[in-house]
Write a protein that binds this ligand. Structure first.
Ligand code: FES
Length: 106
């Protein structure tokens, strides 16, 4: 799995997000959502695994879940699992913050 640099530094990553905001990063043809929850950052697939609604429009709950606005399925930010197993899990990606930059593991 390739590691792709998505931010030049941790400071740049932090400056790009407000709490519970979701942004899209593009890596070639691929789009991935990045979100901030508490002090942590998470990466996950761009489209809802239920019926492909864009998760950029989702809400992040205080419990660390991504809530898709279309049918309100709830996906765990860490594991991607839907709260009631109503569909397959959301794909998640690892983010690595190093002194050299912030890398997304695809
Ligand atoms: S499309 Fe996301 S919950 Fe149905």
């Amino acid at each position: 799995m390739p590691n792709v640099k998505v931010f030049q530094s941790e400071e740049q990553l932090k400056a790009a997000f407000t709490e519970k905001s979701i942004r899209i990063v593009r890596i070639g043809e691929k789009k991935v959502c990045l979100a901030k929850h508490g002090q942590a950052f998470f990466a996950f697939q761009q489209l809802c695994p239920h019926q492909m609604h864009p998760l950029k429009e989702a809400n992040i709950t205080t419990f660390g879940e991504v809530v898709c606005p279309l049918h309100e399925y709830r996906f765990n930010l860490k594991t991607g699992q839907e709260a009631n197993n109503r569909c397959q899990a959301m794909q998640t990606h690892q983010l690595q913050i190093t002194t050299d930059g912030v890398y997304l593991n695809l």
